[in-house]
Design a protein around this ligand. Structure first.
Ligand SMILES: Nc1ncnc2c1ncn2[C@@H]1O[C@H](COP(=O)(O)OP(=O)(O)OP(=O)(O)O)[C@@H](O)[C@H]1O
Ligand SMILES: [Mg+2]
Length: 335
């Protein structure tokens, strides 16, 4: 649905150059909710602004719904833009207009005739659950309700793609949950494809099907959330299941074991201990519900160096678990 290839955007000014997006490839499938994560300054907002062409990239290709956005001009471009809705962290509502007036605004800009406008505003307010608040002014509604206005406004052009830049980061956890539920519901009902930026792991856990992590303008990992969580060395897995720094004592093997679904219900630790008559020490772990499946990660310690534990590690792998061995102190780690 959204295909981004070799995208590059450099800001130039006052004798300095900054490449905010540095050769990004990204593929978002139709109907999925795709999360982009990364530290402040990683280039996430720039990437999103390139997707709706608020920012003109220097190089690369952006295809949305089969159309090469950078090749469009004039009316075609305006039409393509209308098919991409955007919601923001700070809702940017017009304080002098009611909720209904705010939702009507983009329709006016699009030139929707007055007679149609009222019906469309009602429809949009109903979609986001704000019918009762149609006559209220922004100052009279909560943050969550303001964001619902923002979402209604973004849907005005009947977009197929919704972009969201930290849409929930100004909201409390409960309100965040309700906005995320709304986004998922809208995705299902309207068949939207959603590309969102977030720094909240909870957003990824609750609604993202896929995710990418950006650093210094590049995508350093991307894939379905499930794939990433089960991939050894994944940053997403580390962020989603924070474990204390691994302190590997000499003569022991410290292993991170990631498991999902059925494997989560099998007692692999006791099976390991029993089969090899060893003591298995549990150093930490967590189980999370991610995209409808249970995924967990456990850090365990086995007696003996890793090369003495080959059979034990194979035992875990054969049980369908993802196994990551921490290097012992003094071992060279390949970069
Ligand atoms: N209009 C601009 N002119 C010059 N530099 C810019 C401009 N917009 C962004 N940058 C720079 O580009 C880099 C990436 O910025 P961007 O806003 O995309 O980051 P971000 O990942 O969204 O960060 P945050 O999480 O803080 O929102 C930053 O170093 C930023 O200072
Ligand atoms: Mg940003």
């Amino acid at each position: 649905m959204i295909q981004i290839e070799k995208l590059r955007k450099t800001y130039r000014g006052r004798g300095r150059e900054l490449t905010a997006v540095d050769g990004v490839d990204l593929s978002v499938r139709e109907g999925e909710i795709f999360g982009v994560l990364g530290r402040s300054g990683a280039g996430k907002s720039t990437l999103l602004r390139c997707v709706n062409l608020l920012e003109r990239p220097d190089e690369g290709r952006i295809e949305v719904a089969g159309r090469d956005l950078l090749a469009l001009s004039g009316g075609e471009l305006r039409a393509a833009r209308q098919g991409i809705g955007m919601i923001h962290q700070h809702f940017g509502l017009l304080s002098s207009r009611t909720v209904a007036g705010n939702v009507a605004f983009p329709l006016e800009v699009m030139g929707v005739p007055r007679a149609e406008r009222a019906a469309r505003v009602d429809e949009l307010l109903d979609l986001v659950g704000l019918t009762e608040h149609a006559g209220a002014y922004p100052a009279q509604i909560s943050g969550g309700q303001k964001q619902r206005v923002g979402i209604a406004r973004a849907l005005a052009g009947r977009p197929k793609v919704l972009l969201s830049d930290e849409a929930t980061s100004a909201l409390d956890p409960e309100t965040t949950a309700s906005i995320l539920a709304l986004l998922r519901d809208l995705r299902d009902r309207l068949g939207l494809t959603v590309l969102l930026i977030t720094h909240e792991m909870d957003v990824v856990k609750r609604i993202c099907d896929s995710a990418a992590i950006m650093r210094d303008g590049r995508v350093v990992e991307s894939g379905t959330v499930r794939e990433l969580l089960l991939r050894p060395g994944s940053e997403l897995a580390r962020d989603l299941f924070p474990l204390p720094a691994a302190d590997v004592r000499p003569g022991t093997t410290v292993v991170d074991v990631t498991f999902e679904g059925d494997a989560a219900d099998r007692p692999f630790v006791s099976s390991l201990a029993r089969t090899y008559a060893i003591d298995v020490n549990i150093l930490g772990g967590a189980v999370e519900e991610v995209g409808g499946t249970r995924i967990g990660r456990l850090r365990i310690e086995l007696p003996g160096d890793p090369d003495l534990n080959a059979a034990q590690l194979a035992h875990l792998r054969e049980a369908g678990l993802t196994v990551e061995v921490h290097p012992s102190p003094g071992t060279e780690v390949a970069a």
